[in-house]
Design a binder for this molecule. Structure first.
Ligand code: ADP
Ligand code: TPW
Ligand code: MG
Length: 581
């Protein structure tokens, strides 16, 4: 324990004895360290400036951002990548609210994260007397996260931190809010009593063993399938049960479809990968095993046209959250358990396993080959200006040559097309907008991933998407992180060609300054900025950045007319429903 607070306490005791004291600041730091937390992401200010300083002095890595939302996103992705809660530290009211978007997003995506925020004087806040940055933060955070706690006494810090960690990690992971009022930090107590008050969390994410009957039921159904399919979701990536999942898939011989952030769990080039035959396998499969994937909008809720004839599909679902079952359609064989234990149990109970019917495997293979052949020429065009496919063709090769690099991806066309074009080869290497399709995760995820893994990061960003977190290029330069940002600059949201329907002088709502030079933003802070107009130039620039590890931003000039409205989800626009009427 670091102790700068050896003070004489002559009034309390007779004689000149010294009592070793500790305070709220140090107890928070010691509680985090005791639980193996080595990094904090945040923005300093009253009342947590000194907490950041002291944490740094105590050997915790403290990464300071330019905006709390980005710090929060870094913490969230740290949680996803490491299975330890990522910590975000913010100041009261406005800083807290800036971080809250990331906390809510982490909860939605089942990423473990703890938002620790300083707050104002309880007595003044509760009487609404107008304190500095007054806000009832606990009440506001509560509906947006898994759990929310406030600590009022230094002696409770150990328990508060332990509860936050356990809440974030156990069961379905998620975001937790920890409210620390300013007064707490300066409270002092006896150092030995302080040490004893700390709690090291034992078995924070207990294995949840599935019931043998549930495993049997699932295997019977799967074995009876004529056209089986496995869907892997980001819960499967989070679980870090990579070997068991691979063994199960390969032993079963069943085609698998990875959700976006589950790509690479098995390589996209694996013979059983059905990514390139997505529509076909969703529509024509008869039994579908979901592993850590929810039947939400991203899977058309498990029903409707995308899923073929109504009532013909039967589902098996592995999830740690019992309430997930039957949330959208009936689950014929629910397996409630953690993915590692559940997949291992399936594997052990499989016995001799017959290969899926050859006509099904043949149909999937044929569709896959047809789609891959259709795509190939689009990826090889060396045009200027580039379109999405020709630019992505170049980046696809960058990742192929560096399968351990991390890909961060956001935008509309830039996201939807990259997801299909860029093959992933290793687990947890693709990080993107997740369940909400939120813009703004880019630089936070890139920084969090670089800090946590030390691997080179390639962030492929729509020009709009990049703008939400773009100021963090300074953070990337300041910490000299191996991040290469590629901005797909098509002069706007979806396209850069819209005109103001009212004919006025204002630009249309979806377009930006034409020919903007995002590369110069990176140069402003000492990083490398490059403009790329052809796929060859793009490939050269990104190769150099990934090999050197220097902070780089490549402004990739994309044909402003190349994109489509909302990328691949234009059908969700209310206007598109109106047009059909
Ligand atoms: P995707 O967007 O990739 O389809 P989702 O975020 O919708 O994935 O689903 C992830 C699911 O994984 C959640 O329902 C969550 O409860 C579950 N999950 C997360 N971690 C585990 C785990 N270790 N074991 C079992 N289920 C998990
Ligand atoms: C927090 C709505 C979805 S996609 C997008 C916006 C604003 C940007 C698309 O333009 P971009 O990509 O990035 O240039 P491209 O390649 O198609 O040109 N606010 C939040 N989240 C979302 N999803 C939006 C707005 C949106
Ligand atoms: Mg754009």
């Amino acid at each position: 324990m670091t102790r700068e607070t050896m003070v004489k306490n002559e009034t309390a005791r007779a004689g000149n004895e010294t009592e070793e004291l500790t305070d709220g600041f140090h107890l928070v730091i010691d509680a985090l360290k005791l639980n193996g937390i080595g990094t904090i992401y945040g923005v300093p200010g009253i009342p947590i400036t000194d907490l950041g300083r002291m944490a740094q002095a105590a050997g915790i890595r403290v990464i300071s951002f330019r905006h709390e939302q980005n710090a929060g996103n870094a913490a969230a992705i740290a949680g996803f990548l490491t299975k330890k809660p990522g910590i975000c530290l913010t100041v009261s009211a406005p800083g807290f609210l800036n971080g809250l978007t990331a906390l809510a997003n982490a909860t939605t995506n089942c990423f473990p994260m703890i938002l620790i925020s300083g707050s104002s004087e309880r007595e003044i806040v509760d009487l609404q007397q107008g304190d500095y940055e007054e806000m009832d933060q606990l009440a506001i955070a509560k509906p947006l996260c898994k759990a929310a706690f406030r600590v009022l006494h230094a002696a409770d810090i150990g328990i508060g931190v332990a509860r936050a960690i356990r809440a974030a990690l156990s069961g379905r992971p998620g975001g937790v809010y920890l409210d620390l009022p300013a007064k707490l930090f300066s409270q002092v107590m006896n150092a030995e009593a302080g040490r004893k008050s700390l709690v090291k969390v034992i078995d924070a994410a207990p294995a949840q063993i599935p019931a043998p009957a549930a495993i049997r039921r699932a295997l019977d159904l799967l074995k009876s399938a004529k056209r089986p399919l496995v869907i892997l979701g980001k819960g499967a990536a989070y679980a870090q049960a990579d070997e068991a999942i691979r063994a199960f898939i390969e032993k079963s011989g069943i085609p698998f479809l990875p959700m976006s952030m589950a790509k690479g769990l098995l390589p996209d080039t694996h013979p059983q990968c059905a990514g390139a035959a997505r529509s076909t396998v969703l529509k024509d499969s008869d039994v579908v095993l979901l592993i850590g994937a929810r039947l939400n909008w991203l899977l058309s809720h498990g029903k409707g046209k995308a899923w073929g004839e109504a009532g013909t599909k039967r589902f098996i679902q592995i999830d740690i959250e019992p309430k997930e079952m039957d949330s959208n359609v009936a689950i014929a064989a629910p397996i409630v358990g953690d993915i590692g234990s559940s997949v291992t149990a399936l594997l052990e109970a499989m016995g001799e396993w017959p290969a899926p019917p050859a006509d099904w495997l043949g149909a999937v293979k044929a569709k896959k080959e047809e789609n891959i052949a259709k795509m190939a020429p689009k990826l090889m065009k060396n045009s200027a200006p580039m379109d999405f496919h020709s630019a992505l063709g170049a980046l696809r090769n960058v990742i192929k040559e560096r399968p351990d690099a991390i890909l961060v991806n956001e935008g509309a066309n830039t996201l939807d097309l990259a997801r299909g074009v860029i093959d992933m080869y290793q687990p947890r290497k693709r990080l993107d907008v997740g369940t909400w399709g939120v813009m703004g995760i880019g630089m936070g995820f890139a920084i969090g991933a670089a800090i946590e893994t030390g691997k080179p990061v390639l962030a492929v960003e729509g020009d709009s998407a990049f703008g939400f977190s773009g100021m963090e290029v300074e953070t990337i330069c300041r910490y000299n992180l191996p991040v290469c940002v590629v901005v797909f600059n098509n002069n706007g949201i979806y396209r850069g060609t819209d005109v103001n329907a009212g004919g006025g002088a204002d630009p249309a709502t979806t377009v930006f300054v034409k020919g903007a030079r995002y590369d110069r933003l990176m140069e402003a802070f000492g990083g490398v900025g490059i403009q790329a107009e052809t796929p060859d130039e793009l490939k050269r620039a990104v190769d150099a950045a990934m090999d050197s590890g220097r902070p780089t931003l490549v402004n990739a000039v994309i044909d402003p007319a190349a994109g489509s409205e909302s990328g691949r989800i234009g059908n969700l626009n209310p206007q598109s429903a109106l047009r059909k009427k």
